[in-house]
Design a protein around this ligand. Structure first.
Ligand code: BTN
Length: 309
């Protein structure tokens, strides 16, 4: 969010303030104040003009307002409706080198409704209004082999945020967030890079938040169904803050993943490209390798579709 707009909101948070007073406090012209107030209104902020000056009403539940009060270095690009946030994120990532040189914040593409959402293995992803459909465009200085850790970090961040909202979420390997076996969130990570360094990583996170049970696909659940309707602005802010904390402390990712895992200790069948691995899931290793005890052997599975038996 533009710094002056943030300053307008901060100033009005303490009570109404007249245009001239705002102009003095922010050291800008009265015309500039008016323009920023108009822009904020367009983003959904309620700013009334009263006899006492501008008065700030309710902060919107979702939308561009997610950036206001966010304690993590992300710029939000919000859409009421979009095809796929991952597709839009790929366009932004394509502007690549230029943005990296400008040293700007990482971008999060966020939408209320997604009409062409993509899941893993080319599956369709249903994204009705009320969800949190988001794609983080990241440019970490890591080799491609470490990128799966970011997916695990996203799963941990979603789980923590859902638990804070009263939803007993767990992680199914590699990165589904479930509640009693029903899907609350799916994560689709895409990346581009060279042998030893990624150019960009997109972490697409789709969470069923304020969606009624009847509007969900078979086998899915939502925060609303499991607990109650939540304020999505605060929900997304907590999610991004948790994710930001984990990516800066990668040693904490695997221990947290183990703590929230629904897979470890379970008998599983993992369909990999070459074979089905059946056995007990006993551990996860960096950057997201599932260790399965098949009785004959300990098999390390890097990728696949996992079924709990
Ligand atoms: C899965 O198959 O479980 C992964 C689903 C990922 C869905 C999210 S919603 C936001 C982002 N945009 C997409 O098109 N997909 C991801």
């Amino acid at each position: 969010m533009n710094d002056t707009r943030r300053a307008v909101l901060d100033a009005l948070a303490d009570g109404p303030m007249s245009g001239p007073e705002l102009a003095r406090t922010l050291d800008v012209s009265r015309n500039a104040v008016w323009k920023h107030v108009e822009a904020l209104r367009e983003s959904g902020f309620e700013i009334e003009s009263t006899g006492d000056g501008y008065r700030l009403g309710e902060i919107p539940e979702f939308g561009p307002a997610v950036e206001y009060g966010l304690d993590a270095p992300f710029e939000i690009e919000y859409h009421d409706s979009v095809g796929s946030t991952n597709d839009r994120a790929r366009e932004i990532a394509g502007e690549g080198a230029k943005r990296a040189e400008e040293d700007i914040e990482d971008v999060v593409v966020l939408a209320d409704e997604q009409v062409g959402g993509r899941g893993r293995l080319d599956r369709e992803w249903v994204g009705p209004s009320g969800g949190v459909w988001s794609s983080l465009v990241l440019r970490p200085d890591i080799p491609p082999s470490h990128a799966p850790l970011l997916t695990l970090a996203a799963a941990v961040a979603v789980t923590r945020t859902a638990r804070e909202a009263g939803v007993p979420a767990e992680i199914k390997w590699p990165n589904d967030v479930l509640v009693n076996g029903e899907k609350l969130c799916g994560i689709l990570t895409e990346m581009e890079g060279e042998a030893n360094r990624v150019s960009w990583v997109i972490v697409g996170i789709g969470i069923n938040v304020n969606i009624a049970g009847d509007d969900l696909p078979e086998g899915a659940t939502s925060v609303q169904e499991q607990a109650e309707t939540v304020n999505r602005r605060i929900f997304v802010q907590r999610l991004l803050e948790e994710f930001d904390e984990l990516r800066t402390a990668p040693d904490k990712i695997l221990p947290a993943w183990r703590e929230y895992s629904a897979t470890l200790g379970r008998r599983v069948r993992v369909e990999t490209r070459n074979e089905d691995v059946v056995g007990d899931a006993i551990d996860i290793e960096s950057p997201g390798v599932l260790v399965v005890d098949t009785e004959d052997d300990e098999v390390r599975v890097h990728a696949g579709d996992c079924e709990h038996l």
